[in-house]
Design a protein around this ligand. Sequence first.
Ligand SMILES: Nc1ncnc2c1ncn2[C@@H]1O[C@H](COP(=O)(O)OP(=O)(O)O)[C@@H](O)[C@H]1O
Ligand SMILES: [Mg+2]
Length: 402
Amino acid sequence: MVQAKLANLNSILEENLIGVRVVKAFVREKSEISRYTTLNGELLAVNIQTVKVLRNLFPFLFLLSNLISLAVIGFGGAEVISNRFSLGELIAFNSYLVFILQPVLQIGFAAGVIAQAAASAKRVYEIIDAKIDIYNHPNAIVLNASDIKGEIKFEHVDFRYPGSTTEILKNISFEVKSGEFIAIVGMTGSGKSTIANLIPRFYDVTSGVVQIDGYDVRDLKLESLRSQVATVFQDATLFSGTIHENIAYGLPDASSEQIIEAAKIAQIHDFISTLPDGYNTIVGERGIGLSGGQKQRVAIARTVLTDFQILILDDATSAVDAKTGSLILESLEKLRQARQCTIIAIAQRISSIRNADKILLIDKGEIVAQGKHGELLETSSLYAAILDSQIKQSQPIISQIA
Ligand SMILES: Nc1ncnc2c1ncn2[C@@H]1O[C@H](COP(=O)(O)OP(=O)(O)O)[C@@H](O)[C@H]1O
Ligand SMILES: [Mg+2]
């Protein structure tokens, strides 16, 4: 109970420290303090209960051991006096008894610690023993960087998240040729990120097949698959360290020129140059804070630096302004032509992906339309409606789209 309460208290503490701004913004300090105090009180209560048990246990153990000595000396003494037993034998017997009693007492003292360790071990083993769903199959195929072409094929893919009963993706089929630029658009929650997660095999399909270069991704060696499929996530997680180290995360030996080139593609070089320490500026907990859009651009630079054949951008420029966003896509477009790699961009702003070779429109887990921008405008009323709402939202973009 002590361990469980301590874990509860720690998770509240962690939530409050990470979400301190939300707590302040909603003026919830008082209720958070009382939530913490209540749990802290519960922890104190079970701790005191434990101490009380020990307090009662130890005097009892000592009393028991002393009573035993008393019985031994009383009974044994009488036997010695009546010459049925020698004094030496009594002393020896008593010494053996102490040898036995001492460890028993020690176990009594350790009982609390043992129980606590057992409770902790149970919680640790819950994590260690968690079933791993995604693993290398025996005889998994290694995808060589020099051979991979970057073709992607989804065949009748259905998908449910583990432990969930709702189908998130239904009968998804599409094909991407090597070197193509594909865009996925759709409302939030329609399943775009889920499609992206199936390509580097963060999850396995429920039915159907995801193929890369004709191989089922489940037959490929995970390391070789994931080093060829680079993903930029929407919520860019940076590590504490310098900007240089963060960009070089996937390629620690990268030269400064390579890092600067990647930063230029991600449109973040100019900003980094204005910092007093430039690329050696420390970010993260002990350094400066970056805005959401700056973090996203560092994350793009970090990914661009690696040697991939398939690049997935999952809403990777959502926090970047529209103009910078299209500059990034333009430089990625050049990169695609130079490297002949495949790009899949998940985007909110249709304006930024209207040049894609193919656009997939997802609605409620299904592909409801696919084709080029012009085709979709004519064939899909949903596509036209989404575009229309975006034009109304930001008038200046009209000129770009038209
Ligand atoms: N890890 C998860 N476990 C269970 N359901 C999830 C998980 N991630 C996403 N979902 C659900 O899957 C659906 C599609 O999510 P997602 O692919 O992230 O949408 P999108 O990227 O299009 O906004 C949503 O309804 C969401 O609630
Ligand atoms: Mg998403």
